[in-house]
Each structure stands twice: as C-alpha cells, then as structure tokens.
Write a protein that binds this ligand. Sequence first.
Ligand SMILES: [Zn+2]
Ligand SMILES: [Zn+2]
Length: 330
Amino acid sequence: MCASANKKFSPPTNRQRAKALGDTNQLNDDIRRAVTVGIHKCFLRFPEPKEGDWVTINEEQGQTVQEFEQTERTVVHSTHKIIYLQPIGSFDHSRTPSLDIICEFYRPFFPGCELEILPQIDFIDFSKHAQAEKRINRYTQQPQYLTSFIINHRKKMRRQRQNNNNQELFCIGVTMADIYPEHNWNFVYGEASIDDGIGIYSFARLDPSFPNTATAGPCTDDERILILKRAVGVFVHEVIHLFNIEHCIYYLCLMNGSETEEEMDGHPLYLCPVCLRKMYSALGKETKHFNTIQMYTAILDLCKIFHFKEESSWYEHRLSLLNAEEDKKL
Ligand SMILES: [Zn+2]
Ligand SMILES: [Zn+2]
C-alpha cells in the first residue's frame, strides 16, 4: 500500500505469547477454556514473514491483553450498543458482496451489539467540495476518494443525529469505491478514527477482477465465496480495531495486518486466544453477553451456509474440543 523501508521483525517466543495472554485464573469458565484448552492443536504461531508481508513494511510491536486493558477504550457500558453501517455509493453491481450477509456474520463476533444499516448515501451528496478530494489512480485509472474527507463528513452527520440517539458506539462507512489516505499513498483498504469511533472501508480491491470490475462478467461460485470471505474478514477486523485492539503478532489470527489480498487470504476468520480475550474484555465482562461456545456455533452455521469450507472445519474442531472440556466438568 505504501512503500517504506523494511523493518526487522521476529515472531514472538512462547514466553512472549504467554505474557501477551496474561494470567487466566480469574476468568470465567467459558472464556478461560476458550483461551487455554487445545491451543497448540487449533492455533498456529505467527510465521516467519516473507518479503513484502505487512510486518516487514509496518512496525508492529504487538499489544498484550494488559496493555489493551490499560488503554482508554471507546466501550459504552450500556446494554444497548448500536453500530451503524453506512453504505456509501452504489452496491448494485452483481459482483458486490451482500451487506445483509456481511451483517449476519458480524453479529456473533460482537455479542451484545446491534447493527443497523443506514440509508445509502452517495459521494456526490457529501458536499460541493467532494470533487476536490477525488482523484484518478495512476496505476488503475479508477476514481479514488480521500478517507479523511469521508470521516469528517461522517462526524458532521453524527452531530446532526446526536440528539436523537445517544447509544451509538461506532459508525462504519463501507463503499465499493477505491479509497486513499494521503496523496503519496497508492490506496488503502480502510481507515479508522478510533477516538471518534468512525471508520471507512472499501471492498473495491477484494474482487479479483479489480480494477476491471465494471466490465467483468458475473462471479463464478469460487469468486463469490472468495469475495464474501474477504469482505467479512475485512469488516470484522476493522470493527475490532475500533475497540482499540491493535494488529496481532502472536498467532495466525483475524487481527493480523495484511499488505495484499493474497496475504489477507492466508489469515483465518477467527481470533487467536490473545485477541479473543481482548474482545471479551471489551464486551463481555459487564454485560455477560459473551459466550464463546454460542459465538462459535453461530459462526460455524454461517460458514456452512456460505460454503466457507476451511473455516467450517476449524470451528467444528474447536467446538468439539471445547465441548469435550465442558463435558468433563459436568
Ligand atoms: Zn488492520
Ligand atoms: Zn490475535
């Protein structure tokens, strides 16, 4: 996405991984088992990176559970948390992933949060200055929009809505248009303003036919599955960032950073023990909504319906280990 000097990166040691997870003795049975049982059977350690991978280009120190818990989080301790999804621009193309299906996947990952899809807006609606923030990418010859412009526009819209609704947790703009964060960047998949709880994410490059999406024929079954899987992965990953959870360097994990779509495809659709515990911390402690077995069962059902074969196998295997452990206790 952005060229810069290579950085030295070594995957964490077992000790560093254990430190990142922290002491699990005080956790309730469900989350404690989820982050301690059968870990070596189900979670692969973060691999030695290849040249051009995210960690060779972007500095990642890792974020332990303790560090995460010490950061000021944008978590609302209310029982009624709403995350708004704002479609920006057209989603009508036949190759576009369905927002409704993406939302179905979203729900089990964020127990206790509601998701509401706002009416679609268009780039042209933003303001008369919108054209100034639009450029044609010199490599793809496709239009691109500046992320900060979209985020600032969302802030204005939120202020107008604030009186009617004070339960908004985050607002996430999604678009099929390509986006860029700064003039010297080629593109970006997404960008978030964590303090404002606002993010903007583009699904444009998730289609293997990009930048010729407009003229590509209908999706094959394999392409449809690939595009949906990438879109679900990007969406869930980016919403998790809004909780102030940083990139994961401990295991292969949904929260690993990706430099390319190929690198993204190598990352799983599940959270490693460290990141799962952070989500529990962010959502589960107060409201008691968080139940890993229920979460995994719901995700497994969706993976089966939408033909995510590898993901189905992983969730099935993980659930069988966790359920066996639960049976032992009974
Ligand atoms: Zn990320
Ligand atoms: Zn992780």
